[in-house]
Design a protein around this ligand. Structure first.
Ligand code: OAD
Length: 240
């Protein structure tokens, strides 16, 4: 199977890669939906990953993200991130990396052009549209930090449930899914749309789809091959 996929990679003019939390699992970042270790097996996303939750309990939500931000700041890209970045550097313009991950590990590995569909946990932004008093220079520290004049809060720059994805990144990702010859779907449960829909788009547009995940997923139905493998172990040999 490894040789088959290697052959497809060699033939493909354009490769789209869609990654999810499993991509970073071997860096030590917990996934969301794995039964024992996933964040959503311990916490209710409605309490932590919605605008309504933040407005109701800003300190609780801020603290949860601050804790994750600190944990993520202490980890490193794994061999899977590194091999994707190295492939992209060796083949300029042939690979579009689309990620649902907010950990910035693809970027840290060298793929600064990764399309971060769900934002970046290291950054924050204003909760409400900034007024003239909302200046970066005068932000008052706090949990969350805020504008000392009008009280506008800073919030993590991640996409919460019910929010739109960054339009430009999504458009570029959809274009890549429509025009690629091969899509590698790595470490995602395929439960969250519109990201998961990109695998269907690629399949319907005639691309081969390869799923790399130790567990079955709902995206397997569009896969030409499913590789039950971990990202950090498999990708280096696949992309060498
Ligand atoms: P999930 O936690 O839903 O799925 C992680 C997937 O990774 C599962 O299918 C695992 O089987 C697989 N996996 C675990 N370890 C792996 C490894 N070492 N190598 C390869 N695969 C492995 O994470 P996502 O699909 O990314 O949204 O979740 C999508 C979105 O839901 C996230 O972006 C997040 C969450 O709510 C936001 O933060 C907006």
């Amino acid at each position: 199977m490894l040789e088959t996929v290697r052959g497809w990679i060699g033939e493909a003019r354009h490769i789209a890669v869609l990654t999810g939390a499993g991509m970073s699992a071997e860096s030590g970042v917990p996934t969301f939906r794995d039964a024992q270790t996933g964040l959503w097996s311990q916490f209710n996303p409605q309490d932590l990953a919605t605008e309504a939750a933040f407005r109701a309990h800003p300190q609780r939500v801020w603290d949860w993200y601050a804790h994750r931000r600190e944990m993520i700041a202490a980890v490193q890209p794994n061999a899977g991130h590194v091999s994707l970045a190295s492939f992209a550097q060796r083949h300029p313009g042939r690979l579009t990396l689309i990620t649902q991950n907010v950990d910035g590990l693809h970027q840290l590995a060298g793929q600064s052009d990764a399309l971060a569909l769900h934002g970046n946990i290291a950054e924050d932004q204003w909760l409400d549209s900034p007024r003239s008093c909302c200046s970066k220079e005068t932000i008052e520290a706090g949990r969350p930090p805020h504008c000392p004049v009008c009280g506008n809060l800073r919030r993590p720059a991640v996409v919460w449930f019910g929010e739109s994805l960054p339009a430009a990144a999504l458009e570029t990702a959809e274009h890549a899914a429509c025009h690629c010859d091969l899509m590698l779907v790595i470490g995602t449960s395929g439960e969250v749309y519109p990201a998961a829909g990109l695998a269907f788009t690629a399949h319907q547009s005639g691309a081969r789809v390869v799923v790399i995940n130790p567990e079955p997923t709902p995206l397997d139905v569009v896969a030409d091959l499913c590789l039950r493998a971990s990202a950090a172990v498999f990708l280096p040999s696949l992309l060498a």
